[in-house]
Design a protein around this ligand. Structure first.
Ligand code: NDP
Length: 281
């Protein structure tokens, strides 16, 4: 029997192979894509993500710089760092790892990044362009979700996509991207009534909540495609928002955690950095 598990690592490797080729071509023209990753404080999860992003860059030939700034840094100092990176010719993409310490205004920091270097796609200009359907840097996790769905060979057109979560970084943009793929989209959140009934209508279910195993088998339609964005630490292990072991027998396709959406997020970041580099020359 063919596996119905969507291997995000494998899909990522395939895409990264072609990105490596693109980087080589650019290097032949003496062009070197560069990404700067800024992290404030010592949150272990954030540090893991930042290291993974830098390593992924190195593996495919993208130049990367990591700035580890102390928890006590002021907003002004952080903004100055971003200004510096905005005018640094070697740097085509800037990523500030979220969340930031409480007394720093996250939105102000994101807005300070030049929209041309906003490879996370969180800048208000890129978010606005996405809303009205103009070409923009797509936020990495949502773009990764859509790519994984397409890789199943299924189309989103005409399907009912149920998104659980409405954050600016996952839920809302993945709903918009699904809409642009001509899906019919429902967005659920913490105030949604009859969540189970609504999720059960989904031909495609995208869970982006941050509550371990909240999507159970009884909530999922037979044959649905299930994309699990959630990353939750339970007893030292990573689990998604979907009860994978039970739901996998009902879904036509399902992403595991880890090894599903996570690697794709980084792959899309690499892709955006290469696009940013090409645009700059
Ligand atoms: P947020 O906390 O910003 O958003 C969570 C959303 O879930 C909110 O819209 C909230 O609703 C909704 N929600 C909370 N409780 C319920 C509930 N009981 N029923 C229905 N909806 C609920 O999280 P993010 O969007 O940033 O991230 C979501 C998950 O994805 C997290 O586990 C995060 O770690 C993971 N993640 C994974 C990434 C990856 O690369 N794989 C990248 C980014 C995030 P309301 O708006 O009403 O509060």
């Amino acid at each position: 029997m063919m596996s119905n598990i969507i291997d995000g690592k494998q899909v990522s490797l395939e895409i990264r192979d072609s990105l490596t080729e693109e980087v080589k071509k650019l290097q032949k023209q003496d062009i070197q894509p560069g990404l700067a990753v800024v992290i404030v404080g010592s949150d272990p999860a954030s540090q893991t993500y930042v290291r993974a992003k830098a390593k992924a860059c190195n593996n495919i030939g993208i130049y990367s710089e990591v700035y580890e700034l102390p928890e006590e840094i002021t907003e002004q100092q952080l903004l100055e760092k971003i200004d510096e990176l905005n005018s640094d010719m070697r740097i085509h993409g800037i990523l500030v790892q979220l969340p930031l310490p409480k007394d720093i205004n996250e939105q102000a920091v994101i807005e300070r990044i030049s929209a041309d270097k906003d490879v996370d796609g969180f800048h208000i200009l890129n978010a606005g362009k996405l809303l009205v359907g103009q070409d923009s840097y797509l936020p990495c996790t949502p773009a990764g979700c859509i790519e994984l769905i397409k890789r199943t060979g299924e189309t989103l057109e005409g399907k009912h996509v149920v998104v659980i979560g409405r954050s600016n970084i996952v839920g809302k943009p993945v709903a918009l991207l699904s809409l642009y793929e001509n899906a019919t989209v429902t967005i659920c959140h913490s105030r949604t009534q009859n969540l189970a009934e609504i999720v059960k209508q989904g031909d495609i279910v995208i869970a982006a909540v941050g509550r371990p195993k909240m999507i159970t088998a009884d909530m999922v339609k037979d044959g649905a495609i299930v994309i699990d964005v959630g990353i939750n630490r339970v007893d030292g292990k990573l689990v998604g928002d979907v009860d994978f072991e039970q739901v996998k027998d009902k879904a036509s396709f399902i992403t595991p955690v880890p090894g599903g959406v996570g690697p794709m997020t980084i792959t899309m970041l690499l892709q955006n950095t290469i696009v940013a580099c090409k645009k700059s020359v």
